[in-house]
Design a protein around this ligand. Structure first.
Ligand code: AMP
Ligand code: MG
Length: 319
């Protein structure tokens, strides 16, 4: 198998000519990994069912887990929907471009493989200059989950993509580390109340400031409002255990060390934005360091910490 073509680009002022081969690969049905403000995406032409099928194959992703479609602006987003409710308009105005994904009723021309046969489609307008330049160059809606094998840690650098996907991707656009470090917030705007399906970089308080009270679903143990909300996800290869307090974390770590295991004590940074930006990169690094176990104390159960708590809890879940 040929190795992926690597395209290094400037993260803030990407050169259009340097990105042209990526846009060409998309038009030819290929797979392109690219940086966004959340994590690296593995993109394909959303209107080409065979290309989207390759995304599922490359990731080993269950066909029941739908993809997020990335577009350049609100008009392009609207064109992919059958209904554009007032809440979508308000949230798009407040948070696009940015790390918010809206779930809407889908337009008939969106292939079923993108939505896992569902009647809704998840759409986002990314803010990262490289993602924007690529979408403009391609002139296509791009279906893109995170650029890693299904269930593994999401990639926040091109190196993470290379390690996880190897030659399963045609082009890797290397725009440096992703600034946000965690996936987008996913909200369902098809009902009377806006519903958070996955916590992410946009907090509940930020959403409520724009649309009033929102419902929060997608709890780890509850029913699955979003097909991708598996309890175990975003996981390092090394066994990870989380504790509700530092005391409990220390107790666990000591216990394992007494039993002769090599334990990594992961300290979540004190600031939620900094913690999100580093989490996956830190876990990738710990994964490569030969530990038997990683122990982490969860941050407080406060709104601004929900995304980090959610990812750590899923990373630690047993299947
Ligand atoms: P990923 O791109 O790997 O970060 O995952 C995308 C997330 O969005 C998953 O949790 C999906 O289940 C969710 N998602 C995508 N499309 C839909 C949809 N139509 N309805 C509900 N959730 C969706
Ligand atoms: Mg993912």
């Amino acid at each position: 198998m040929p190795q992926p073509r690597e395209l290094p680009v400037n993260p803030t002022t990407p050169d259009a000519a340097a990105l042209a081969p990526a846009a060409e690969a998309w038009r030819a049905g290929g797979l392109v990994a690219f940086p966004t403000e959340t994590v690296y995406g593995l993109g394909a032409n959303a209107l080409d069912p065979a290309a989207v099928g390759r995304v599922f194959a490359a990731k080993g992703r269950p066909a029941t887990n739908p993809l997020i479609v990335h577009v350049t602006d609100r008009d392009e987003a609207k064109a992919l929907t059958a209904d554009w409710p007032a809440a979508a308009e308000k949230l798009a105005t407040a948070f696009w471009p940015g790390p918010l994904t809206l779930v809407l009723k889908k337009a008939p021309h969106i292939p079923d493989v993108v939505t896992a046969n569902g009647s809704t489609v998840a759409i986002r307008v990314p803010a990262h200059p490289v993602a924007r330049a690529l979408l403009m160059a391609a002139g296509l809606p791009i279906a893109a989950p995170s650029a890693n094998r299904s269930g593994e840690l999401s990639p926040t650098t091109a190196d993470h993509v290379r390690t996880s996907l190897g030659d399963r991707v045609d082009v890797i656009v290397d725009g440096g580390p992703c600034p946000g470090g965690l996936e987008s917030t996913v909200v369902d705007v098809t009902g009377d109340t806006v519903k958070v399906l996955r916590p992410g970089l946009i907090t509940v308080a930020q959403l409520e400031a724009v649309v009033g009270p929102v419902a929060v679903g997608g709890t780890v143990s509850g029913p699955l409002p979003s097909p991708g909300m598996m309890a175990k996800h975003y996981s390092p290869r090394t066994a990870l255990e989380v504790a509700e307090s530092q005391q409990e974390a220390d107790f666990l770590a000591n216990l394992y060390e007494t039993a002769g295991l090599k334990v990594a004590r992961y300290a979540v940074p004190a600031d939620p934005i900094a913690a999100a930006a580093r989490l996956y990169a830190d876990l990738h690094a710990l994964d490569a360091s030969g530990f038997d176990r990683i122990i982490a104390a969860l941050p407080p159960a406060a709104d601004e910490w929900q995304a980090v708590r959610d990812r750590l809890t899923r990373a630690a879940a047993e299947e």
